[in-house]
Design a protein around this ligand. Structure first.
Ligand code: KG4
Ligand code: ZN
Length: 334
């Protein structure tokens, strides 16, 4: 079975074809970073217009690269939410219309579920039930993945998502959008013993997070210091250490409380090398296993949508002719 996947939930147009015999045949991505960079963040209206321009040429390119064609496809999957409504509507409309024109079933996919399923595209895969740490630009959650499509949210951010905290703090440090990778690279040059940032909510007996204070902490630190390149790097390092430590504390607690011994980490921030190193070390100490998607499947991509679509279509799940986009869509309500 071949499934076409279409991702347009934010600022990346991403397409892939998944083949149930072979795996991902091809995946292509057009990033709008250059377009939004000068505004310091994603401008939703510009994002949707750009998806409109890019989505069909990218589908064509992906089919050519995958050495496949429309009449070999068996289904179409598209991101239905959560995300920016205008951007989502582009992928939903194209996906549903394409499926109608080709007389194929189509399925709307939950973006965060797809992120966590991306780990299943690797050789070593987790087995249900497992824990998932979902860390993207819009979400920070610890989830108990009880079975395919059955989720219990154990904790989440009460304010900024981890990616959002990275992006806002990067801005404070004068780094370009999106800030995550740039901030992480700057932190590599920083000293770990110069500034000590708080570990938000670490002492509270729950699995929730709060990251908005870290940006303010970074801002106040910068204001009170003479700012040279080393100081910026030291602030970046203190910020990254605080985020990584907080995730280690909460994930350790989730493992102890649930007794579940496998953790999947997914979403854009899972590409962060300091976070990967911290979690791998902690899970080893606990005798548990951790799973990350490969780098290109950590951030937004079409492969995760095509694969999530395959899993649903295989179970006989597909949409009626009408379709919807869900900008807000809790993962425990799929
Ligand atoms: O999953 P994603 O690509 O899009 C959303 O679904 O939001 O996540 C994007 C977020 C951005 O906030 C970006 O700064 C962050 O992931 N990110 C990173 C890294 N790569 C991407 N944050 C920290 N370190 C990274 N290496
Ligand atoms: Zn994402």
């Amino acid at each position: 079975m071949q499934v076409l996947g279409i991702e347009t939930s934010c600022d990346e147009t991403a397409i892939a074809v998944y083949d149930s015999e072979v795996g991902i045949l091809s995946h292509c991505l057009y990033s709008q970073i250059d377009l939004h960079n000068k505004y310091g963040g994603v401008v939703p209206e510009l994002a949707s217009r750009e998806h409109v321009l890019k989505v069909l040429p990218l589908i064509k390119k992906t089919l050519i690269e995958g050495k496949t064609e429309f009449n070999l496809l068996n289904a179409v999957a598209y991101t239905m939410g959560p995300g920016l409504v205008g951007s989502l509507l582009v992928g939903c409309t194209v996906g549903r219309s394409l499926a109608y024109a080709l007389s194929l079933p189509s399925i709307g996919i939950h973006h965060m579920e797809a992120h966590l399923l991306a780990s299943m595209l690797e050789k070593n895969t987790p087995v249900y039930p497992f824990l998932a740490l979902l860390v993207s630009g819009g979400h920070t959650q610890i989830v108990n993945v009880k079975a395919s499509g059955i989720f219990k949210i154990l904790g989440e951010s009460v304010d900024d998502a981890a990616g959002e905290a990275f992006d806002k703090t990067a801005k404070v440090l004068g780094l370009p959008y999106p800030g995550g990778p740039a901030l992480s690279a700057l932190a590599e040059k920083g000293a770990g013993d110069r500034f000590q940032f708080p570990r938000p909510m670490a002492n509270q007996p729950n699995l929730d997070f709060s990251f908005s204070g870290l940006k303010t902490f970074a801002l106040n630190t910068i204001k009170s210091e003479y700012i040279d390149e080393q100081t910026r790097a030291d602030v970046a390092r203190a910020f990254v250490d605080a985020i990584v430590d907080t995730f280690i504390i909460k994930c350790r607690r989730a493992i102890k409380e649930t007794g579940i011994r496998q953790l999947v980490v997914a979403g854009g921030v899972s590409a962060n090398k300091q976070l990967q190193y911290g979690l791998i070390t902690m899970l080893k100490e606990e005798g548990c296993e951790v799973f990350f998607p490969r780098d290109e499947y950590c951030t937004d991509n079409g492969a995760m949508i095509a694969y999530a679509g395959y899993l649903r279509i295989k179970k006989g799940q597909y949409e009626p002719l009408g379709f919807q986009a869900k900008p807000r869509w809790p993962i425990d309500n799929i």
